[in-house]
Design a binder for this molecule. Structure first.
Ligand SMILES: [Zn+2]
Length: 310
């Protein structure tokens, strides 16, 4: 009996030992499993950190690029404003240059080259080419012509002044009354404003300002009306003669009509037309001779002393 009990007790002990061993094995297995799981989790987190840092770096880089692009775009949005600022400074200096030339204390003279009645599809680009080649700015007294947008735009882009010469230039019509003249003048201002975004404030009367009186209109009242609308006007000092006089004149005669007299002045405006092939032919030599005579070339502005306000 005692032996049996002793045997039973030994068997129970063995069972407990086996159970403990199994528990130990299971615990070890679980430990290894959790250790591995934690390790792979750590690796994943570390790897995510690296990717996150990389993404943040790219984000910073792209943010900087975006800021730069936005700044550039804003500058472009305000391009007209910037051009207006530069033009203001430029024309202030141009006015001073003319005043200085008039005072006789300058070692230069001032020439305003002016071209009326355009633009013309066949010849205006050739005039613009010559002016570009000599890096000279001029003034184009334009009419309102449909279908020639690119020419008006090139005149503006090449920094020439766009002057107002009425929309139609039909002498009998525009000078039929002061109201009719103003209507035609304003129609051209609106045409150029819509096309180029600039307000013309320098004008030339078709046929010149004496045409007001020739047409039987009151000159003083006409000038008052254009002044109310903030226009200055200009006639001319010299001309090639391409505006209707004797058509048989050669380019050489056109040239001499200007350069034989220009030496007598400190400030001149030269009347030409950008439809004349003879004027085109003599223009390069005219520019060269005028330069030799000490002239610099400026585009007109409202404030230029040569532009009349009364
Ligand atoms: Zn004209």
């Amino acid at each position: 009996m005692a032996k049996t009990e002793q045997k039973t007790g030994r068997n129970s002990g063995q069972t407990v030992n086996i159970l403990l061993a199994v528990i130990c094995i299971v615990l070890c297995a679980l430990s290894i499993y959790f250790y591995r799981a934690c390790d792979s989790l750590n690796t994943a987190v570390l790897s995510d950190d690296a990717e996150l840092s990389e993404l943040l770096a790219i984000y910073d880089e792209k943010s900087a690029e975006l800021a730069e692009v936005t700044e550039t775009r804003e500058a472009f949005n305000d391009l007209d404003g910037k051009i207006a600022e530069i033009k203001e400074v430029y024309f202030k200096n141009a006015v001073k240059a003319e005043e200085l030339a008039r005072s006789g204390n300058a070692d230069f003279k001032v020439c305003y080259l002016t071209f009326d009645d355009g633009p013309y599809v066949a010849t205006t680009p050739l005039f613009l080419d010559v002016l570009e080649e000599y890096d000279v700015q001029a003034t184009f007294f334009c009419l309102a012509k449909e279908g020639l947008d690119d020419l008006y735009k090139r005149e503006k882009m090449n920094c020439h002044t766009i002057g107002n010469h009425t929309a139609s230039h039909t002498i009998r019509y525009v000078y039929s009354s002061i109201d009719t003249f103003i209507k035609d003048l304003e129609e051209n201002r609106e045409f150029i404003q819509n096309l180029l975004g600039i307000t013309t404030d320098v004008m030339r009367f078709p046929g010149g300002s004496p045409q007001i009186t020739y047409s039987g209109l009151n000159r003083t009242k006409m000038i008052e009306r254009i002044q109310e609308l903030h226009y200055g006007y200009i006639d001319w000092t010299l001309m090639t003669g391409d505006g209707g006089g004797p058509y048989f004149m050669t380019p050489d005669e056109f040239l001499h009509n200007v350069v034989d007299y220009s030496a007598d002045y400190d400030v001149i405006s030269v009347l030409m037309h950008d439809y004349s092939n003879n004027t085109l032919a003599c223009l390069p030599e005219m520019i060269e001779i005028l330069k030799e005579q000490g002239y610099i070339f400026l585009p007109l502005s409202y404030d230029a002393p040569i532009v009349k306000k009364e």
